[in-house]
Design a binder for this molecule. Structure first.
Ligand code: PEP
Ligand code: MG
Length: 509
């Protein structure tokens, strides 16, 4: 399997593969002190106007034009130049005056929330563009061969000029799927993942596979992953919803942000089988507030009215320690999974409360909530108790470690559904590192793993509890057939992989 998988918010539907090209740290560029005096106000005004003029040049695409003219208006706002002027009068250099003024304007937009808040990132990128124009700095020379652009922040203007034949995908640290840049990237059809906190792990020249439909970035993808996704890369159709009875099992989508719902609908998914909530928590000093979470979960549920949406509560990973969490456990499962949430009950309670409020906000929602990496029966019971106390109606656990299978009958007492995470179940059963040498998607077909899955299906079926599979293997055509034969009820996969999965399942007897 890939050397590592990074997560962010996907923008668009497609998949892009190519070597990384980084354009990072533009903020730290040394600018000449020659532009540091108050006498430059008229020069700065000219630079802002030049950037606004450039932005407003019609692209011919309606949605892009609308974004650009909104940005042009923001740039021409008289209060912005006033702010710059005030800072210059205080004796700060031009570049700092511009950054400061734009940042303040961005903050005032952010405080308005919603649509305006999402525009604020665009301003930060535009400040850099104005500074570059002022300093006469040329735009970075981009490669002429296909590549994946990795950058802190991308202005909508630069995004609108990217050539999808060369720029196979974009990965940014900042940004949201609904920012201006996100809208433009979707329009120019470049698969993108934004809000990726860990972009520093992406090294120039390393191959990455960017799955915009599920917000995942596979670093140095394996031959198996490339093969799976090679079918997805050419797929650009919109499929009708999967009809009841069309397939032998329910086919659901794996998503990492509510903006990816569009990708799930394009391929006709019957709901969401794994909503990873990590993105809300990563890259922050403090946990997300109740309100922030309610907004995201309500957005998600409102796009799947009448369809199952399985949300997984926070799954921590030793790869990505979060500063606001107490650590828990020891040995191979130290600081992983549900035990960490039990050691941080207030974080769990806030998340469950937010999910419950969102469930009530969307009366036709069908919310299922599950805990990751449950190890013992008492953890399962504890999760069920907490979730019930918050009014969650469908409560599940993930089977990702072999120890849980040994106590499954006790663990299922209070549980309504089970989801098998084959990525972790295979690595922990076979003693491999899922991101290490020799780990393959086909590990889910190793007899030791299959025997565990069989036991899970037997225990759950005896209690009439549905069992799904949501690891990467769910979309592997050979493994998926095996899961169906073993008797699972649902398969959940990245939207990009659903068309091929759907075709393959249709052919099963
Ligand atoms: C899994 O382990 O199979 C799974 C779906 O969880 P994640 O990949 O997020 O660890
Ligand atoms: Mg897992």
């Amino acid at each position: 399997m890939a050397e590592r998988v990074l997560v962010g918010a996907g923008v668009g539907n497609g998949v892009g593969i190519g070597p990384v090209f980084r354009v990072i740290d533009r903020n730290q560029r040394e600018l000449s002190s020659a532009i540091g005096s108050r006498h430059n106000l008229s020069v700065i005004r000219a630079a802002i106007d030049a950037v606004a003029d450039e932005i407003e040049q019609a692209s011919g695409r309606e949605d892009v034009d609308a974004v650009m003219s909104a940005l042009g208006m923001m740039l021409r706002d008289a209060s912005l130049l006033e702010q710059v002027k005030a800072r210059l009068a205080d004796g700060v250099s031009a570049d700092r005056a511009i950054r400061g003024a734009f940042a303040q304007f961005a903050r005032s937009l952010a405080s308005l929330g919603g649509y305006f808040a999402e525009r604020s990132d665009d301003l930060v990128a535009l400040a850099e563009k104005v500074i570059d124009t002022l300093a006469g700095v040329d735009e970075v020379q981009l490669p002429t061969n296909p590549y994946v652009l990795v950058t802190d922040n991308l202005s909508p203007m630069v995004a609108s000029k990217l050539d999808p034949a060369i720029v196979r995908a974009v990965i940014t640290r900042a940004g949201t799927p609904t920012s201006h840049t996100g809208i433009v990237l979707r329009s120019v059809k470049i698969p993108s993942v934004v809000g990726v906190n860990a972009i520093d792990l992406l090294v120039d020249g390393v191959d990455v596979l960017v799955d915009a439909s599920s917000g995942q970035i596979f670093v140095e993808p394996s031959a198996e992953e490339l093969e799976n996704y090679s079918r997805a890369e050419v797929f650009d159709e919109v499929l009708p919803p999967i009809a009841i009875g069309e397939l032998p099992v329910t086919v659901l989508a794996n998503l990492g942000s509510s903006a990816e719902a569009v990708a799930a609908h394009r391929v006709g998914a019957q709901g969401v089988g794994l909503f990873r909530t990590e993105l809300l928590f990563l890259g922050r000093q403090d946990p997300p507030t109740l309100d922030e979470q309610v907004l995201e979960y309500t957005r998600l549920l409102s796009q799947f009215e009448g369809q199952r949406v399985v949300v997984r509560v926070l799954d921590t990973d030793t790869d990505k320690p979060l500063p606001f969490l107490f650590t828990a456990g020891s040995g191979k499962y130290a600081n992983r999974g549900f035990q960490v949430l039990l050691a941080n009950q207030s974080i769990l309670d806030t998340q469950l409360e937010a999910l419950s409020i969102a469930q009530n906000n969307v009366p036709k929602s069908d919310l299922w909530v599950m805990a990751p990496m449950v190890i013992t029966a008492s953890e399962a019971n504890e999760f069920a108790r907490s979730a019930k106390a918050h009014g969650i109606r469908n409560i599940g656990i993930m089977v990702e470690v072999p120890e849980l299978v040994e106590v499954l009958d006790d663990a299922l007492e209070q549980i309504d559904f089970v989801s098998i995470g084959t990525n972790d179940l295979a690595q922990y059963t076979l003693g491999k590192n899922r991101h290490g040498v020799g780990a393959e998607i086909s590990d889910a077909r190793d007899p030791r793993v299959v025997s565990l899955i069989r036991r899970v299906v037997e225990s759950a079926s005896a209690r009439k509890i549905p069992v799904g599979v949501c690891g990467e293997a769910a979309a592997d055509l050979e493994s998926s057939k095996m899961f169906v034969e073993l008797g699972v009820d649902s398969l959940s996969a990245s939207p990009a992989l659903i068309p091929a999965l759907r075709e393959s399942l249709k052919r099963l007897p």
